[in-house]
Write a new protein. Structure first.
Length: 201
């Protein structure tokens, strides 16, 4: 493993399999046909389901954080998620962020997120105040987007429906590093924890 700098930007997430990323890439191509220049797309290969963002941490905490995630994963068996409908924050009438919704065994997903949140609290990471809203961000609208452009884009989103659902079998949780570069964020897995077994690989 390469030497890490003293401080690293990190988060806990569920990584997506290649077939789901391919599906999101296909959806992006469908929406991109309209060539809206005010949209900043997220690279499908960089999309993941974030459970908790940690921000900048001392690299010496990586082992302790991994152990906390292992603790959180104990007792949660692998589960199934479905990725389907489109939505936007704060709403579809005035979209700023475009996302794909998540369904399936949400009770297990929410339980896992709460357990991760609780397990990391003793290490100095504040518990989330906002309710966890699972989603995959696929695009952001630039700040300079005009009201009419937002309206046109919202109409496009509401008229677009993913052709099929994409399925995700969640078997593990990843502790990730995020490196911000001019070309976009680069993500590196620091460790992976299996559900139910809590084994670090």
């Amino acid at each position: 493993m390469q030497q890490l700098p003293e401080q690293i930007r990190s988060f806990v997430a569920i990584e997506l399999p290649s077939e789901v990323k391919a599906g999101l890439a296909s959806l992006r191509r469908e929406l991109e046909r309209h060539e809206h220049t005010f949209i900043k797309w997220v690279d499908p290969d960089a999309i993941h389901l974030t459970l908790k963002f940690l921000g900048n941490i001392p690299s010496k905490q990586v082992t302790k954080i991994t152990k906390a995630i292992e603790e959180a994963a104990q007792g949660i068996s692998p589960f199934h998620l479905e990725i389907s409908q489109l939505g936007a924050f704060p709403n579809l009438k005035q979209p700023r962020v475009l996302w794909v919704g998540i369904g399936g065994e949400l009770d297990k997903l929410l339980s896992l997120q709460r357990r991760v949140d609780s397990a990391l609290s003793p290490l100095g990471f504040a518990k989330e105040e906002r309710a966890f809203a699972p989603h995959l961000t696929i695009a952001r609208l630039r700040e300079t987007t005009s009201p009419i452009e937002r309206k046109n884009f919202s109409e496009l989103v509401m008229s677009t429906s993913p052709e099929i659902k994409y399925y995700l079998d969640v078997k593990d949780v990843s502790f990730m590093r995020s490196q911000l570069t001019p070309g976009g964020a680069i993500y590196t897995r620091l460790s992976i924890v299996e559900l139910a077994f809590g084994q670090n690989q």
